[in-house]
Write a protein that binds this ligand. Structure first.
Ligand SMILES: Cc1cc2nc3c(=O)[nH]c(=O)nc-3n(C[C@H](O)[C@H](O)[C@H](O)COP(=O)(O)OP(=O)(O)OC[C@H]3O[C@@H](n4cnc5c(N)ncnc54)[C@H](O)[C@@H]3O)c2cc1C
Ligand code: SF4
Length: 517
């Protein structure tokens, strides 16, 4: 095994896996360190009981909330990281998300670059991650330098009906951008079989464009790429000046090993990256590595979300439901002064995954069972931006454990978005009193554990006093340390974060290639 690597990447998810792909062609010696293993391919991948009820693929980690109460975070430690389970809704942030935006609870700060500067990386990431979409339908989308690489995933009949009804009501439903390897023009040859087990499940046939399948596997056998699984990085060591990471300490096979790299990239997910930096404190960095600004771990965001079930009298036989989005309320409207966010569909309800919930009684279905509810459900996911608040933060205790303090922001906007959803459903025959909250997805009943969209613990910016990373995602205080997972987000917008992490990893990869040339 090589002693010294050109680049060591810690974590193989949306950020780290994509970066490895971007660097692999360079011939530079790259070491990928991943604490998990490959996710096993087994029938359980597509079974709601092991996946949702038993939490088979969720890590056994124990984190602590602000009161010191332990909880099990919904994190997944596998090659590919959270993208193994994600719904592959691969949205771009809106151009306005890169600027300062006023919200009910305060300011969403500007990014240190504009949408136009970031845009080319979105196009490249969409290529790599097989994004299907239909440009021009969503009135809030920014300009594109390239078309979507694949045509939009078609609506099934029930969803097409809803889209038509919404359009008749004056709204602008659009085909949601989706990263699956579906070839609708040639279904017999399509890798994706268009099943109902996409959102929140691993893909048994490897047709979901996740970071494992799309980014890591295609490069991991190159002679210049080494992937070590089961390798948890526990500490970064620095030289006496504190400016250079000299050692990456790894817990592996029951022992500790130390690896050396000219460049070290942390991409362990927003909470775990903060944990690693905080646990790597030295005399020169007494509050944690790269933390002279006291910003590492702060500004934790994960979206203010609601999962909603709308019940219709007719059955909803949709198999792949995640094809429709609505951004009419993304920004302020003429009736409401604050941005509300995004509405999209999520994976179709099924009774097994809803087990443990009591079906709420509705006027037209007083005696429905969970199965009845699931058969008639149309499932929506509402996302409102949450703000980077310094007190929402990751800290670690003397044993190195994660403590996560989080209080939601923009609740008023989130409630208003819920109200708008109820109103627009009147145009679809799903009346207001048949709209219910759905709690099983992402553990919405335990908000702090639902860390799926975690971001923001090492934000990038021009000012070292208020940010951890510079514009290239290099730590202000170190010469060879980068962070490329969702930690770098200064604000999170109200669309799913993965495409932005992927695009940014490609951007940082380009910078690293120039640096190493
Ligand atoms: C159920 C679910 C559904 C989602 N749906 C969507 C969606 O539809 N669209 C979307 O955009 N986003 C979605 N997301 C969120 C998306 O998956 C994440 O935003 C994205 O994967 C974050 O990328 P990352 O690189 O920051 O972290 P991750 O992808 O989580 O990668 C972090 C990696 O680091 C590894 N790691 C952690 N600690 C260490 C350590 N100490 N040493 C070595 N390795 C370590 C982890 O095992 C993991 O592989 C979803 C997430 C979940 C859980
Ligand atoms: S819809 Fe396609 S990508 Fe998603 S789980 Fe099914 S086969 Fe895999």
């Amino acid at each position: 095994m090589t002693e010294n690597y050109d680049v060591i990447i810690i974590g193989t998810g949306a950020g780290g896996g994509t970066l490895a792909h971007a660097l692999a062609d360079s011939g530079k010696q790259i070491l990928l360190l991943e604490r998990g293993d490959f996710l096993p391919r087994e029938m359980d991948n597509w079974d709601p009981k092991p996946v949702f009820v038993d939490g088979k693929y969720i890590s056994a980690d124990k984190w602590f909330d602000r009161d010191g109460k332990p909880f099990q975070p919904q994190v997944h430690y596998f090659v590919g990281g959270a993208t193994k389970m994600y719904g592959a809704a691969l949205y771009r942030l809106r151009p306005q998300d890169f600027s300062e935006l006023e919200h009910a609870s305060g300011i969403s700060p500007a990014w240190p670059l504009s949408y136009d500067e970031f845009e080319p990386w979105y196009s490249k990431a969409e290529q790599l991650y097989h994004v299907h979409g239909n440009a021009g339908e969503d009135p809030t989308e920014g300009h594109r330098s390239a078309p979507y690489p694949w045509p939009a995933v078609s609506h099934e009949d029930r969803i097409q009906q809803i889209a038509d009804d919404l359009a008749k009501g004056g709204y602008h439903p659009f085909h949601a951008p989706c990263g699956i390897m579906l070839d609708e023009a040639s279904r017999p040859r399509s890798i994706c079989i268009r099943c109902s087990w996409c959102d929140g499940y691993p893909c048994l046939v490897h047709a979901k464009a996740d970071a494992d399948v799309v980014a890591v596997r295609p490069v991991m056998h190159r002679p210049n790429v080494t992937l070590l699984t089961g390798s948890e990085v526990t500490k970064l060591e620095t030289d006496s000046s504190g400016r250079v990471v000299t050692g990456v300490v790894v817990s592996r096979d029951g022992g500790n090993e130390v690896y050396h790299g000219d460049i070290v990239v942390v991409s362990a997910g927003a909470a775990n990256s903060a944990k690693l930096l905080l646990n790597s404190a030295t005399d020169v960095h007494p509050s944690g590595l790269a933390n002279g600004s006291d910003q590492v771990g702060r500004n934790y965001m994960f979206h203010n979300c609601k999962a909603i079930v709308a019940l219709s009298k007719e059955k909803n036989d949709t198999v792949f439901q995640k094809t429709l989005g609505i951004n009419d309320f993304y920004l302020a409207t003429k009736d409401y002064q604050w941005p509300m966010g995004n509405i999209q569909m999520i994976g179709k309800s099924n009774a097994e995954a809803m087990r443990g919930e009591q079906p709420e009684k509705t006027m037209f279905a007083p005696n429905w069972t969970l199965s009845d509810v699931a058969e008639h459900a149309v499932d929506f996911w509402l996302t409102t931006e949450d703000l980077p608040v310094p007190e929402n933060r990751v800290t670690t205790d003397q044993d190195g454990n994660v403590h996560l303090a989080y209080s939601s922001t923009n609740d008023e906007e989130a409630d208003h978005l819920y109200g708008e959803l109820k109103k627009i459903l009147n145009h679809t025959g799903m009346a207001q009193h048949h709209v219910l909250r759905k709690n099983f997805y992402m553990s919405m009943d335990v908000p702090v554990a639902g860390v799926a969209h975690q971001a923001g613990t090492c934000r990038f910016g021009a000012d070292p006093a208020t940010s951890v990373l510079d514009g290239n995602c290099k730590a202000h205080e170190l010469d060879n340390l980068y962070v490329v997972d969702t930690s770098f987000f200064p604000s999170i917008g109200a669309v799913n974060p993965a495409l932005t992490a992927m695009a940014n990893a490609l951007r940082v990869g380009d910078h690293l290639l120039s640096r190493m040339a």
